[in-house]
Design a protein around this ligand. Structure first.
Ligand code: NAD
Length: 302
């Protein structure tokens, strides 16, 4: 089995690592947070003392960290992993970062002779735990073919989105939709409840009607409609509103670079900005319904 280095053992990285270990891969891992390192060790990974040490002897190196700044620092800064990766290794970044940042990572890899894949994911913490993530991959087809068995150990769907950076392009479009539609769904549930509709009834009806969408059916912001979604666990351990805000800002950045206009995207960015600014950024993004309801943002449903 291939030797894998893994950097970033947070909400997503840790369950992804667990699935790699369960598939039989030897994983050498690092996170700046001690608690994350301890959990990964408990999951069967070998823990090393720094990010660059995950590169030693790695055939594949995966990163799953918050932002493009972290990604570029870890891989391309002096003493970063690209300097230490053995020839023939493949670098796979699964973080959600700007298309331009992903393309500069590809360029830095090419300078070193190390192929890179930008491979952001969709499916959230639940998908990471269940090994059912969707990977949207930018880069060379040959590199993706090599990575495919590893990605399939962590996910169910692996798409080639095109050349360098196109995985991130697909991801930014997806999250633009997810961010906007969660606000729309929050408005519908709030209005429905005030009109006397049981949210479970509304969900059932709309799920077979023209307003149906993923946020309404599979990720409802109203607690208690589904057992295993963040709203039913006080909006904890999901996709942090701070990260959604980051991704909407990436969409705005991409819109500026391509002279596109995102009227609803800009409004959604402003709304999540207010929500996160009120101190709720660590809650799942579906908690934005609290703001739509006019409820105190930081206090989740009982
Ligand atoms: P997280 O904050 O839970 O985890 C990130 C981890 O990276 C943390 O444990 C942190 O300590 C570690 N880290 C930060 N800087 C580091 C460094 N220099 N070296 C080593 N480790 C470092 O975030 P997450 O929810 O796991 O998200 C990670 C990425 O995946 C983000 O880009 C996010 O946008 C994306 N993503 C998240 C979800 C989700 O549902 N949480 C879904 C899809 C994509």
């Amino acid at each position: 089995m291939a030797r894998i280095g893994f950097i970033g053992l947070g909400r997503m990285g840790l369950p992804m690592l667990r699935n790699l270990v369960a598939a039989g891969y030897a994983v050498r891992a690092y996170d700046v947070a001690e608690i994350a390192r301890a959990e990964a060790q408990g999951a069967g990974a070998e823990i090393v003392a720094g990010a660059s040490e995950t590169a030693t002897e790695a055939q594949f190196l995966i990163s799953m960290v918050p932002t493009g700044r972290h990604v570029l620092e870890i891989h391309t800064a002096p003493g970063g992993t690209l300097a230490g990766l053995p020839d023939g290794a493949l670098l796979i970044d699964c973080s959600t970062i700007a298309v331009a940042e992903a393309r500069s990572l590809h360029a830095a890899g090419a300078e070193r002779g190390i192929p890179v894949l930008d491979a952001p994911v969709s499916g959230g913490v639940m998908g990471a735990q269940a090994g059912t993530l969707t990977f949207m991959v930018g880069g060379e087809v040959g590199a993706l073919d090599r990575a495919r068995p590893i990605l399939q150990a962590m996910g169910r769907n692996v798409f080639h989105a095109g050349p360098a950076g196109n995985g991130q392009a697909a991801k930014v479009c997806n999250n633009l939709l997810a961010g906007i539609s969660m606000i729309a769904v929050s408005e519908a549930y709030t209005l429905g409840q005030r009109l006397g509709l049981d949210p479970a009834t509304l969900r059932e009806i709309v799920s077979t009607s023209t307003g149906s969408c993923h946020a309404l059916v599979n990720y409802p912001p109203v607690p208690g409609l589904l057992p295993n979604v963040p709203s039913s666990r006080a909006y904890r351990n999901g996709f942090a509103a701070d990260l959604m805000l980051k991704d909407l800002r990436l969409a705005e950045q991409a819109a500026m670079e391509t002279q596109s206009s995102l009227p609803l995207g800009s409004l959604a960015t402003a709304l999540y900005g207010l929500f996160c600014g009120s101190g709720s950024g660590d809650l799942d993004y579906s908690a934005v319904i609290r703001m739509i309801e006019g409820a105190p943002a930081a206090a989740p449903h009982p």
